[in-house]
Design a protein around this ligand. Structure first.
Ligand SMILES: Cc1ncc(COP(=O)(O)O)c(C=O)c1O
Length: 457
C-alpha cells in the first residue's frame, strides 16, 4: 500500500507497560501524520526558501511565486473557481470560520443557521456575531433536513448564512452538503461547509457558481490532510473579501497608507496579515498534488471499505455501543459497558500502544444528545468541582487511508480482552486528577515520557 509506506513515523514503537509496541494511530480526525515524499520535497525547497512578496532577491521572487501558485493548487483541489473565488491561507479551520464570521459584516439581528452536530469551531464564532439558530438532529445523530428547512423559511430574509459540517468529527456522519446548498440557495442564503473532516477523506467539489448546488464558502485544515505545518484554508467569493477592513490589519494587507487613509490590498492579501506561512502553504499544495496523483477517489474507497470492516468487527465486541449512522467517513465513536471512556482510552494507550481520543471532541452539545443526556445540572456540577475528565463522553477511533485491517483486528482483540477483564483494568488504573486522566499504577509513565522527551527538547 503506497500511502502507508510513505507515512512518516509509521514504524515507531512506544512504551506500553513494560513492553515496546508498534504505535497504532487511530486519531486521524485530530491530525494526520506527514508524507515522506512531501517532506523530501520540502527539504529540497528549503534551499530556496525566503521571505515573500516584498523581497527583490531571486530566492524571494521564487518563493513568492511558489507561495502564490500554491493558493491556486489548493483551490483547484476542491473545485474553486479561481476567477471568482479567493483562497485565503489561515492557521486552521477554526481561524477560517472566525475570519468569515468577521468578514461577513453581520448585524446582531442577522441570523446564521448552523446545526446541533457541529464542532465548537462552527458554532461559537457565530454566537459572537449574529443570532444563531440550530437545526435539529435525529436520535441517530443525522441532520433533520426538514427542521433545517423550517429554520430557513421562518428566518427568511434575515438569514445570512447556513454553516454546516461536511462530516461530523463525532459520528463521521456525512451531510449531503450539495443538497443543503440547493435548499439554502432557494431562500437566498449562502452556505459555508466546514470541510475539516470531509475534504481529507473524500476530496471535495465546490461546483460552479451557476450551479444551485454550489458551495459558497469552504474551510479546512492542512494538519488533518497529511500536512501538519500550520496552514488552513478559507475559500469564498472574492467580492466578500474585497470589501471592508480585515479583522487583522497589518503588513501586507494594504496597497497604500497615508496619515489618515488606508487603501486595502485585493484578496487574498487583505486577509493574510503579516509574513505568511510559506512552508505550510507549500507543503499543503504539494500534499494535495500527491494525493491527487494517488487518486482521492481510490483513497476514499479504501477508507470506506476499511470503515465498513471496522464497524462490523467492532459490533462483535460485547457491551459496545456505537454512535451514528451511514453515510459516514471513518470516524467511529463508541462506549463499552462497565468502563468509563477516559479509562478505556488510557488502557488503549498504555497497554495497547494505540492513539485514540476520548471525551466530547469539541462537540459537547452533539455528544450529549447522542448519549441521550439533557443539558443537565450534573455537567455544571462536574465543571464547578473541577472534575471535567469525569464528564460523560465517548471513545473515538478515526481512520485514514493508510490504516489497515490488521490494525483494526488488533483494536478489536484488545476491546474484547478489556470487556472480559474489566475488574483487572479498573484495579490497575487510577484517576489522577492532576494529570486530568487515568494512569496505570504500576508504570512510571512520567519517567518514560521524560526519556522520550530528552531527544527532542
Ligand atoms: C468538524 C471540525 N470542524 C472544525 C475543526 C477545527 O479544526 P482545527 O482544529 O484545525 O481548527 C475540527 C477539528 O477537529 C473538526 O473536526
Amino acid at each position: 500500500m503506497i500511502l502507508r509506506k510513505n507515512i512518516k513515523g509509521i514504524k515507531v514503537k512506544v512504551p506500553a507497560r513494560g513492553k515496546k509496541r508498534n504505535y497504532i494511530y487511530f486519531d486521524n480526525a485530530a491530525s494526520t501524520p506527514a508524507l515522506i515524499p512531501v517532506l523530501n520535497e520540502l527539504c529540497d525547497y528549503l534551499d530556496w526558501y525566503s521571505g515573500v512578496h516584498r523581497g527583490t532577491g531571486y530566492k524571494s521572487l521564487l518563493s513568492s511565486r511558489i507561495y502564490d501558485d500554491s493558493h491556486d493548487i489548493i483551490g483547484r483541489f476542491v473545485g474553486a473557481d479561481l476567477a471568482r473565488d479567493t483562497v485565503i491561507m489561515v492557521k486552521n479551520t477554526s481561524e477560517a470560520i472566525n475570519k468569515l464570521s468577521y468578514r461577513l459584516q453581520l448585524d446582531p439581528a442577522d441570523v446564521v443557521i448552523t446545526t446541533d452536530m457541529e464542532h465548537h469551531s462552527n458554532d461559537l464564532p457565530w454566537r459572537a456575531r449574529a443570532r444563531v439558530e440550530y437545526a435539529a438532529i435525529d436520535n441517530e445523530g443525522k441532520l433533520d433536513t426538514e427542521n433545517l428547512e423550517q429554520h430557513l423559511k421562518s428566518s427568511y430574509p434575515r438569514t445570512k448564512l447556513l454553516a454546516v459540517c461536511g462530516a461530523s468529527n463525532v459520528t463521521g456522519h456525512v451531510n449531503d452538503v450539495h443538497r443543503l446548498a440547493q435548499m439554502a440557495h432557494e431562500y437566498g442564503c449562502p452556505i459555508l461547509v466546514d470541510g475539516a473532516q470531509l475534504v481529507p477523506h473524500q476530496g471535495f467539489d465546490m461546483k460552479p457558481h451557476n450551479d444551485a448546488a454550489h458551495i459558497d464558502y469552504l474551510a479546512f485544515s492542512g494538519h488533518k490532510i497529511y500536512s501538519p505545518f500550520g496552514a488552513g484554508v478559507l475559500i469564498g467569493p472574492q467580492k466578500t473579501f474585497a470589501g471592508g477592513p480585515p479583522e487583522h490589519p497589518g503588513g501586507g494587507t494594504v496597497k497604500l497608507v497615508t496619515e489618515d487613509k488606508i487603501f486595502w490590498a485585493d484578496p487574498p492579501d487583505r486577509d493574510e496579515a503579516g509574513s505568511p506561512n510559506v512552508i505550510g502553504t507549500y507543503t499543503l499544495a504539494r500534499t494535495l498534488r500527491y494525493l491527487n496523483q494517488l487518486g482521492m477517489e481510490k483513497l476514499g474507497q479504501y477508507e470506506q471499505e476499511l470503515t465498513g470492516y471496522a464497524l462490523s468487527e467492532l459490533q462483535q465486541v460485547k457491551g459496545i455501543t456505537i454512535y451514528g449512522s451511514k453515510p459516514r467517513v471513518g470516524v467511529i465513536s463508541f462506549n463499552l459497558a462497565g468502563i468509563p471512556h477516559a479509562l478505556l482510552g488510557a488502557v488503549l494507550c498504555f497497554d495497547a500502544g494505540m492513539g485514540v481520543r476520548t471525551g466530547c471532541f469539541c462537540a459537547q452539545k452533539y455528544v450529549r444528545q447522542l448519549l441521550g443526556l439533557a443539558e443537565s445540572e450534573h455537567y455544571l456540577e462536574l465543571y464547578d468541582s473541577g472534575r471535567m475528565a469525569k464528564l460523560p463522553g465517548m471513545v473515538r477511533v478515526s481512520l485514514a487511508a493508510y490504516n489497515t485491517r490488521e490494525e483494526i483486528d488488533e483494536l478489536v482483540k484488545w476491546l474484547k480482552h478489556i470487556a472480559a477483564n474489566l475488574y483487572e483494568y479498573r484495579r490497575d488504573y487510577r484517576f489522577a486528577a492532576s494529570q486530568g486522566g487515568y494512569l496505570p499504577v504500576d508504570t512510571n509513565y512520567a519517567g518514560e515520557l521524560a526519556a522520550s522527551l530528552q531527544k527532542y527538547m
